[in-house]
Design a protein around this ligand. Structure first.
Ligand code: FES
Length: 218
């Protein structure tokens, strides 16, 4: 269930073309709250996400109306990076292609790594918006956003996330590939849409009691 309803403003960074140098800092509109904005990416870029107890944290409201198709923002919630992606129609099509799903360890999200409302082919509430905990399920590094197919990850690369620590790969729904060190899909945090374009991270839709602490592995 939700924490006390208090939102904190944040800056976010949009990843436009696949390398960290391409991050363009934007003033992502975060709804409500008072406080100093912080630059999220430099912080999470250097953090070594420890698997300790979740820090207490209030729900976080993020306005996605400025997030363009193909772009990602990264915000911090409970000291953890949350990847939010506006997936293009082509990227959504790729998620459903058998030549991609056949390469995944858990294409149907059978393992308990997401709430029931994200146990679907796109692992989200609205197909276009992915909301994922950005921590590799192997040893906790932060995977890199590599949305472009092919390139230095090989001709069969469909676009997704690459973890540079030991080479784990995930698709753009956070589903892990078979044959890599990471054992599970990226977690999906509790969240819901409080308007057409605003999500509240840390609060389930009405009727759900999903608890992130209950998943297989953070
Ligand atoms: S921590 Fe990601 S592959 Fe090892």
């Amino acid at each position: 269930m939700a924490d006390a309803a208090q939102s904190k403003p944040m800056d976010a960074h949009i990843h436009e073309s696949g390398t960290r140098r391409d991050f363009l800092q934007i003033a992502a509109t975060v709804v409500g709250g008072i406080g100093a904005a912080i630059a999220v990416w430099p912080l999470i870029d250097s953090m070594n996400a420890a698997k300790d107890t979740l820090a207490a944290g209030a729900p976080l409201d993020i306005d996605l109306s400025h997030l363009q198709p193909g772009q990602q923002i990264v915000v911090l919630w409970r000291s953890r990076p949350i990847f939010i992606v506006n997936r293009t129609p082509a990227e959504l099509k790729t998620l459903q292609e058998s030549q991609v799903t056949g390469l995944l360890r858990d294409s149907q999200s059978e393992a308990n790594q997401q709430p029931d409302y994200a146990k679907n082919w796109h692992r989200s509430i609205k197909p276009e918006f992915a909301v994922l905990v950005g921590i590799c399920t192997h040893l906790g590094c932060i995977p890199e956003f590599k949305p472009a197919p092919g390139g230095d990850l090989g001709a069969a690369w469909p676009g997704g996330y690459f973890c540079p620590c030991h080479g784990s790969r995930y698709d753009l729904a956070g589903r892990v590939f078979a044959g890599v060190p990471a054992p599970y899909n990226l977690p999906v945090p509790p969240y819901n849409f409080i308007s057409d374009s605003v999500i509240r991270i840390g609060e389930n839709p009405a009727g759900s009691a999903f608890n992130l602490n209950s998943i297989e592995q953070l």
